[in-house]
Ligand binder design. Sequence first.
Ligand code: IPE
Ligand code: IPE
Ligand code: MG
Length: 261
Amino acid sequence: MKNGKNGFSRIPQHVAIIMDGNGRWAKARGLERIEGHAEGARAVRHAVETASRVGIRYLTLYAFSVANWARPRAEVESLMRLLVEFAQKERAELRQNGIRVNVIGALDDLPTPTRHAVEDLIRYTAEGDRMTLTLALSYGGRQDIIEAARSLAVRARAGLVLPEEIDEDLFKRHMTTHALPQVDLLIRTGGETRVSDFLLFESAYAELLFLPIMWPEFRPETLLSAIELYGKKERRFGMISEQVRGLIPVEAFDPMDRIQG
Ligand code: IPE
Ligand code: IPE
Ligand code: MG
């Protein structure tokens, strides 16, 4: 069904991508892993351009995980240099296209030149209001949850927060993802069917799409067909189909009125 915005029945508001397979892509061509990462940076352009063109408001890319620090030092250093290059090369076009860059994860863990380049990119694109491009850098989903719990515990000890005030909203405000809505569509390239510690809290009801292609092979059409597939899903959020379609009412859960027996 192609009848809505840009010909799609439904556009996901927040798409997150685990960009996996750069190393294998390179190896299969007799190249160094880092050349796969460089080619991967070009695929990022396709993803960003296409996402903003079709009206996706939030695109979040897993660029470097906490666990990736354990890779060979030379690869980590090359990745950090590539990030600087990406930030410098892309900033003008990102700003021109109304794309605002945001970061999740531990930006402070990055080497100073990389951190500066990323901070500069964030400042330079701050006025963008078409799409928010979030880069997950030194990011770990469990780490982000634990940091939020710790910061709430500190506030509770200081008497600034009462334990009974801690709900989903307040918890979320203490995560580095606080400015992002829940993930609607999570895509992973590279053929693995795991989430590798990405957006664990935020993907609670995301549609998951695992693609066999390697990240450097990602094309605009890849994203377009993912969105089309997304449009065909019925997202029930725990309810039944008739409720989602508005045919019968949604019940409010009231613990005082628990169904007995
Ligand atoms: C993903 O590609 C990019 C990063 C983790 C930075 P990989 O480097 O994991 O590529 P494969 O999975 O080894 O092919
Ligand atoms: C996930 O890919 C991290 C990024 C894409 C940045 P990995 O290649 O690090 O994940 P695993 O090790 O296969 O789970
Ligand atoms: Mg990998």
